[in-house]
Structure formats: structure tokens, C-alpha cells
Design a protein around this ligand. Structure first.
Ligand code: MG
Length: 251
């Protein structure tokens, strides 16, 4: 069941998303060759807690960190550790925060120093596909209109969307209905209504769409070893156009 949120509740979700977005922007500025992914996690946790919020991924089904840090062929759910970032890497940062029982969630992918034009294009297309999806997240459209817009943009660029992981509703839980695939036909699924709050999050592979989970039980990687990028915003469905609650994160 998709829970509709009142304007007041959307305000509370936005407050959580602002903390997430502000933190992601600060992390983006910090990213540089030679730093460890654990340093990013520590900084993220500190910033979220300094705002009086709780990092929601930490402890979620046993996830050990506040921030998911996924480098190069890692798609999502990378566990921060001693690994050092190097020039030319791309790194996806996914963060959730709970403020007074309302959840924010967003993700960005960042280049480390100078990156290849191939990596830059993958990041650009992934971010663009997120905004194509968000354009469809308005009252009267169907859920799969979001999915279809993302898939169409990604595939036109010659990349592929990950199908094993999807976006989701969000509010007083980290994951609520509906699931939001990043692929599908137009015009299918629930009618979008004002007050739905959705975390839309295309995960895009430069090569094939296939992924696997590493032995750590979390880290999702591309099967062919190609690069992957991930961008996410939490949005509220509105009559004319979606209200991007984590707007700070990337534009
Ligand atoms: Mg999410």
C-alpha cells in the first residue's frame, strides 16, 4: 500500500533530506586521491549526527556503516574500508538519515581527480536519467512512466540499467511501497497521486546490466567489471511537477 503524506509530513521528510543533501555536497568536496572510503563514512556519520539526525543505513539489516561507498565497478551497497581512492576512480555515495522519525535518502556519483571522458559520460547520463524520471513523477501519470523515461534515456546512450535493484517509496520507513524499477513500459502500475514520496535511483552500467553480490554479503558489482554510476533523489509527487526534497544534492 502506498502511503500518501500530508504537506506537514512532506516538510519533515524534506528536513531529513536537506541533511542528506548537505552532507553529500560536503563529501563531494572532500573526495580526493589517497583518501580512504572509511574517511568518507566517518565524515558522513559525524555530519548527520551533528544535525541531530541518525544515519539510517548503519545497522540496517546489519550494514556496518553510515554511508554506502561504491567505487568503479561497484554498483551499490559498497562497504567503506581501508581502500584508498585513486585518480580517475568514480565513487558513488549513498546516504540515508532519519530526523524525528522521517527518512531522507539520496545518492551521487563523484569523480576522483581527473576522470576519463567515458566515466564522465556515464555519470552525466545517469544523472540526466534521474531527472528524466523525476519529470514523469507528477499527478495523473503512472508509476512506470518514471521507469520508462529512465530506461529510454540510458539505453539511447548505449548504457544499461541495473534491473536487480530498484527505487522505493520512503517516509516513516526507509523502504515503503511502491518499488520503482528503472526499466519498463509506459503507462503501467499505480496512478501517481499528490503526497506520494518516492526515492528514485537509477543504477547504470557502462557494459551489461548483470550484477552480482560479493562474499561480504553487501557489495553489488557489475558482472563484466565495467563501470557503474548511481544517482538518487527523494521527491514528492505534485500536480504539475515533482518537488525534489533532496534538491541540494546535485544539479
Ligand atoms: Mg534509496
Amino acid at each position: 500500500m502506498i502511503i500518501l503524506k500530508s504537506p506537514e509530513e512532506i516538510g519533515k521528510i524534506r528536513a531529513a533530506d536537506r541533511i542528506v543533501a548537505k552532507t553529500l555536497i560536503a563529501l563531494k568536496e572532500m573526495v580526493k586521491p589517497g583518501m580512504t572510503t572509511l574517511e568518507l563514512d566517518r565524515a558522513a556519520e559525524e555530519m548527520v549526527r551533528a544535525e541531530g539526525a541518525r544515519p539510517t543505513f548503519k545497522g540496517y539489516r546489519g550494514f556496518p556503516a553510515a554511508l554506502c561507498v561504491s567505487v568503479n565497478s561497484e554498483v551499490v551497497h559498497g562497504i567503506p574500508g581501508k581502500k584508498k581512492l585513486k585518480e580517475g576512480d568514480i565513487v558513488s555515495l549513498d546516504l540515508g538519515a532519519d530526523l524525528d522519525g522521517y527518512f531522507g535518502d539520496a545518492a551521487i556519483t563523484v569523480g576522483v581527480g581527473e576522470i576519463s571522458s567515458h566515466a564522465q559520460r556515464l555519470m552525466d547520463v545517469t544523472r540526466e536519467s534521474l531527472y528524466k524520471g523525476i519529470e514523469q513523477a507528477k499527478e495523473g501519470n503512472r508509476l512506470s512512466d518514471i521507469s520508462h523515461a529512465i530506461q529510454t534515456h540510458v539505453e539511447a546512450a548505449g548504457f544499461s540499467v541495473v534491473t536487480d535493484f530498484v527505487g522505493h517509496g520512503i517516509g516513516t520507513q526507509q523502504h515503503e511501497d511502491p518499488q520503482i524499477p528503472n526499466y519498463g513500459p509506459k503507462g503501467v502500475g499505480p496512478l501517481l497521486k499528490r503526497g506520494m514520496v518516492l526515492a528514485i535511483e537509477p543504477m547504470v552500467n557502462a557494459g551489461g546490466h548483470q550484477v552480482k553480490v560479493l562474499d561480504d554479503g553487501w557489495t553489488v558489482v557489475t558482472r563484466d567489471g565495467g563501470l557503474s554510476a548511481h544517482f538518487e533523489h527523494s521527491i514528492a509527487v505534485m500536480p504539475e511537477k515533482a518537488d525534489i526534497l533532496s534538491e541540494y544534492a546535485e544539479r
